[in-house]
Design a protein around this ligand. Structure first.
Ligand code: PLP
Length: 446
């Protein structure tokens, strides 16, 4: 791409440090300018149309250009553009959203706490775990277990929970109180001759061994995504969550379900907690809570977590935590309208109805000798490219992304896995169009 002087691309290169980007490569190549979106499509500044096969960052569930969300934001902006929720102040959008989330929670929850990103929600969950342990007179019960390849965000705490090397390397992370246990990716981590059931047993045993090694009195919580997203769309094998939860119960370890991707329909139920029969004590939500039209996240906590927290706050005189924009009225109003759209249009039903086709099309791609595995549930899936001589890990995925973009599909390479997570408004025909394009891209890749 030739970059014209003073173009958006040139000014971007000059002034903008990008997330998750090789800064030197950006200096050389520049960034793609996305100008507008409509439905499942986005358009770049040359007018080229792409199917947003990743719904942005697993997030634009109701699709682009949804006018009801624009109107909800404008209406709230005119009425009360900002107010906070510190020192016992509140406003109607935050009350209504908290009530809605508690009512729709997949397991009994007691309170909703608002933040602005998934990272902050998980960071808050971690702080609440520590606060609670102190409240219960267990100051040594502070360690939190996450999983290799889990993704929980980028703040110092949530990046520590994340189990991916690029989130730790050169950042001097993870924090010492965070431990990682095994990733439930059967194909990659199974041992010679190990069945899936034996693998599940070993994952649970690994967790138990880690808890015993550290001392059960020092381990406070476990965090996991029902389906790992940024780790490569890793759907755990049957029986995995049942076995893991058994260990957590045995050692009185809280369970935090990170539903930042799975929440609001992605796996074919409103929550991944339902799809995988989980019993979490806390749930973190973001992304599809507002289809990312506004930044907002929520942490749901049950009574078992809330009561000691309330006691401790009374003892200290405050729950000393909160960000300026927590429960922001405009973001909360947009989230409420977004959830209303998901419910009224039965987008969860749409995910359920289209999932068999989505997974079947992935499976067909899996028959291509260039592909080693396909994975998925609901409308989230991936295919993994087979290793090839002369390419190191991740290079194949990076090579395929632009070929798919030429065909008009945006996917995300996670190493050599190509992830798909389209807006939940996608139609049966559009699923076919998307994968037809992917197959054409793969032909040029061969
Ligand atoms: N948790 C999960 C499962 C995620 O996928 C993400 C982001 O992709 C996060 C947490 C962090 O959210 P955010 O990027 O909004 O901080």
């Amino acid at each position: 791409m030739t970059i014209q002087p003073n173009s958006l691309e040139a000014r971007d290169k000059a002034y903008h440090l990008h997330s998750y980007t090789n800064a030197r490569a950006l200096e050389r190549d520049g960034a793609l300018v996305i100008e507008r979106g409509e439905g499942i499509y986005v358009y770049d500044n040359a007018g080229k149309q792409y199917i947003e096969g990743m719904a942005g960052l697993w997030s634009v569930g109701v699709g682009f250009g949804e006018n009801r969300l624009v109107e909800a934001a404008a209406k709230q902006m005119a009425k009360l553009p900002y107010y906070h929720t510190f020192t016992a102040r509140t406003h109607s959008p935050s009350v209504e959203l908290a009530e809605k989330l508690i009512q729709m929670a997949p397991v009994p929850m007691s309170k909703a706490y608002f933040t602005n990103s998934g990272s902050e929600a998980n960071d808050t969950a971690m702080k609440i775990v520590w606060y609670r342990s102190n409240a219960l007179g267990k100051p040594d019960k502070k360690k939190i277990i996450s999983r290799t390849k889990g993704y929980h965000g980028v703040t110092i705490a949530s990046a520590s929970l994340t189990g991916l090397p690029n989130n730790h390397r050169s950042f001097d992370l993870p924090l010492a109180r965070v431990l990682h246990t095994s990733c439930p990716h059967y194909r990659v981590f199974k041992t010679e001759g190990e069945t899936e059931a034996q693998f599940v047993e070993r994952c649970a045993q690994d967790l138990e061994d880690l808890i015993l090694k550290e001392g059960p009195d020092t381990v406070a919580a476990f965090i996991g995504e029902p389906v790992m997203g940024a780790g490569g769309v890793i759907v755990p094998p049957a029986g995995y969550w049942e076995a893991i939860q058994k260990v957590l119960k045995k050692y009185d370890v809280l369970f935090i379900a990170d539903e930042v991707i799975c929440g609001f329909g992605r796996t074919g139920n409103m929550f991944g907690t339902t799809t995988f029969d989980l019993q979490p004590d806390m749930i973190t939500l973001s992304k599809q809570i507002s289809s990312s039209y506004q930044p907002i996240s929520a942490l749901l906590i049950n009574e078992n977590v809330y009561q000691p927290l309330a006691d401790e706050s009374a003892k200290i005189g405050t729950f000393g935590h909160g960000v300026t924009a927590a429960g922001h009225p405009v973001a909360a109003a947009v989230a409420l309208e977004n959830i209303a759209i998901i419910e009224e249009r039965d987008l969860v039903g749409n995910v359920k109805a289209l999932s068999p086709k989505f997974l079947a099309r992935l499976k067909t791609i899996g028959e291509n000798p260039l592909v080693i595995e396909t994975r998925g549930v609901g409308l989230i899936g991936a295919f993994e490219l087979a290793p090839r001589e002369g390419f190191t890990a991740g290079q194949l995925g990076a090579k395929l992304v632009p070929l798919l973009m030429e065909e008009g599909v945006i996917s995300r390479a996670i190493g050599d896995s190509m992830a798909f997570c389209p807006p939940m408004i996608i139609t049966d025909e559009q699923v076919d169009t998307m994968f037809d394009k992917v197959e054409r891209g793969l032909e040029t890749f061969a």
